[in-house]
Ligand binder design. Sequence first.
Ligand code: COA
Length: 432
Amino acid sequence: MSWEEIYKSRLVSAKEAVSKIKSNDRIIIAHATGEPLDIVDALVENRENYENVEIVHMVAMGKGEYAKPGMEKHFRHNSLFVGATTRDAVNSGRGDFTPCYFYEIPDLFRKGYLPLDVAIIQVSEPDKYGYCSFGISNDYTKPAAENAKLVIAEVNKNMPRTLGDSFIHVSDIDYMVKVSHPLIELKPSKLGEVEKSIGRYCASLIDDGSTLQLGIGAIPDAVLMFLKDKKDLGIHSEMVSDGVVDLVNAGVINNSKKTLHPGKMVITFLMGTKKLYDFADNNPVIASYPVDYVNDPRVIMKNYKMVSINSCVQVDLMGQICSESIGLKQISGVGGQVDFIRGANMAEDGKAIIAIPSTAAKGKVSRIVSIIDPGAAVTTSRCDADYVVTEYGIAHLKGKTLRDRARALINIAHPDFRESLMKEFEKRFNSK
Ligand code: COA
């Protein structure tokens, strides 16, 4: 059969596709902006036909209906990174959380720790050879499709065709549903003075010719804002957002000095608006690979002057970094933070930056604390911690004693909290 015949013979409605899923199956849903929205809606609508279907998902950006109260009989959510729509399920006991490094997730499927019955994915329309691209979500989505017993895909004409190792042939998909809904978008953040100050300090740590990893949100956006005068920057990042497009167009990001994949912007997923997705479509500058390649610290370290920029919830005076929980409450996940901090630390002339506003909860609490909240998970250990940046400056922790780390961190804490932190310091180190 030609690929065209295979394609036609496997096209079904979303309703028919989800009828192939059985009670007790473990399903994985494509990550973040790649969520196949129509199939997930159909799955929830069909709930009376399922019992105990486990839904594994990382950043869930759709409606998250399957994790709502009342769904327990039909679905149980297993989160690899808690988000706004799944936080309540995980923290109230209706769902579960699995701690994991992002780069190791494909191995969970392959090595049988988390065998998959069904992968629900979203891909681009097939090209003239019958290959669909994973577009804006390659990460764990491609490895999931390669390891699940059943693969159900939305084929979306709005999904860009990203290049790299980002393709699946129609013959490897069991059922396909044609859709035309817009892709999930994340609008650029509003930047206040605090973010701008953090952005300025981070930019001061970035030399010309560096390769960057940037996380999600206001701080990475602010960093990009202060990079306009830099030269020859490169990208090796699990994700990028809209801000990167302007710097590519301005010639600041040209990937020319990269020691791994020179000339290419290496990513594993995209999270932005249509502006970013249009930019990515068929763009030879973009090289999209699965997350077990992009986020592997042994790969990241091959980038000379690799700089990673991530954020956290709390950092204690020893430099232990909590990024995913407030006390016992799980608010997000490990994601690629440790992958990139380790990779950047191992890279020649690399820097691993944790960038945070000095306070949270509208200024009521300090993010720099003497002792982390009981029950909180340490995401990045004090041995991995390198730079911490707030709107008040830069603390370089690597190679410093506990006492010197504490001093450096107190210096960049919000002035309202410095005195109480100093008192804790004096008690702990028996010195002024
Ligand atoms: N005490 C109490 N509340 C706190 C707090 C603290 N120390 N730190 C944060 N919070 C609250 C904030 O006030 C905010 O509350 P709100 O939603 O009611 O406004 C909420 O927690 C989220 O914090 P915020 O810092 O605004 O979130 P963010 O969107 O900037 O994300 C992380 C910050 C740390 C949660 C996020 O970067 C993350 O999950 N990191 C780990 C994974 C990672 O780094 N991956 C790699 C990059 S993709």
